[in-house]
Design a protein around this ligand. Structure first.
Ligand code: TXA
Ligand code: MG
Length: 322
């Protein structure tokens, strides 16, 4: 693999003009970190078991945790997943976008069983970021990708976060700048739909489309919804939430009226806060390190719309470490 002078010891960093090279990394069984509108994904060809196995090795992820398969459009997903009428409607309404549907696997699906961790369902989504769509078109394969961070750590919303967390464990990073949404996708189980993970598409929007409230199956720590480990998204330092009076030994992450040392959104806008969340968790951790502070305090965030997904991630960041 060609390296440039400046990155002799790291993975290749590819520009948006190098989508064909990025697609080639995937087709050759390599690991490619790529930007979606939610967070950066650590991608591999979902039909290539060896490539998928490398994802788990790179993340240090427990192997029982299944991966999301990314495709260019719903038609590509029909090749390996069964869509019921409701799933088809939701896909038509919200794809491309930050919604993942968990659907029954089709017989002869061709995906590596590692992708689904042996389950008879598959999580699938059509990302909206133009670069992700170009990549999926150029690759012509379903791409399995978890968030591109070491297991248990803060998700990556910039190429620099990927390089910092995974470094040489990826073959290349497609650099598309900062992710627009900044929170992982909302995960919905089909059948009678139920919410498995709050995320970048507010549950209220799905409920408005369905015309009824969604049952929630998002109890932290319950491994029946795999990957919902309660200690997750963790910065290096312990995190305390809903802080309006910061402790002197903490760096303070603000929101709205609470200014803090760094603010998720000075205007109190949850959409802006979502886009900033993971980047600011990386930054506040670095700030605390540089100032010799041992902890991170976080201002209160309203529990509505994307605020619920933000609070879910923050509670995991604050949970006792496992
Ligand atoms: O926005 C996102 O969803 C990002 C980007 C890269 O697409 N991906 C992401 O992947 O967040 P990951 O692996 O960090 O989270 C995927 C979640 C995990 O909690 C996993 O357990 C769950 O999806 N999941 C995957 N397949 C599943 C299945 N068949 N049934 C239930 N949950 C599943
Ligand atoms: Mg993740």
């Amino acid at each position: 693999m060609v390296s440039t002078e400046t990155q002799r010891h790291g993975p290749r960093v590819l520009t948006p003009q190098q989508v064909p090279e990025a697609a080639e990394v995937l087709r050759a069984g390599g690991l490619l970190a790529f930007p979606t509108e939610t967070v950066y994904g650590l991608g591999a060809d979902a039909t290539d078991g060896r490539a998928v196995a490398r994802i788990f090795a790179a993340k240090g992820r427990p192997a029982f945790n299944p991966l999301i398969v990314h495709v260019r459009d719903a038609a590509a997903a029909e090749a390996f997943a069964h869509f019921g009428a409701t799933a088809r409607d939701l896909a038509a309404l919200f794809w491309p976008g930050p919604l993942t549907l968990v659907l029954p696997l089709r017989a002869g699906h061709g995906l590596s069983p590692l992708v689904t961790a042996g389950l008879d369902t598959v999580a699938v989504r059509v990302p909206a970021a133009p670069l992700a769509r170009d990549l999926l078109r150029a690759t012509g394969r379903p791409v399995a990708a978890p968030s591109a961070n070491p297991s248990g750590r803060v998700s990556a919303t910039r190429a620099a976060h990927v390089l910092e967390g995974l470094g040489d464990r990826v073959d290349a990073v497609l650099d598309g700048g900062a992710c627009a949404v900044g929170l992982e996708s909302t995960i919905l189980r089909s059948g009678p739909p139920a919410l498995l993970r709050e995320g970048g598409l507010a549950a209220e929007e799905i409920e408005a489309a369905l015309g009824h409230p969604l049952p929630r199956d998002v109890t932290p720590g319950k491994v029946q919804a795999p990957g919902q480990l309660s200690s997750h998204y963790a910065p290096a330092r312990p995190v305390r939430l809903d802080v309006t009076e910061p402790s002197p030994d903490a760096a303070w992450l603000g929101f709205g009226p609470v200014k803090g040392d760094l603010s998720l959104s000075p205007d109190g806008d949850v959409v802006e806060a979502a886009a900033n969340l993971f980047d600011h968790l990386h930054r506040i951790d670095a700030l605390a390190a540089s100032q010799g502070r041992d902890r991170i305090d976080v201002a209160p965030i309203p529990e509505a719309g994307l605020g619920r997904a933000i609070n879910d991630r923050l509670r995991r960041a604050a949970a006792p470490r496992m």
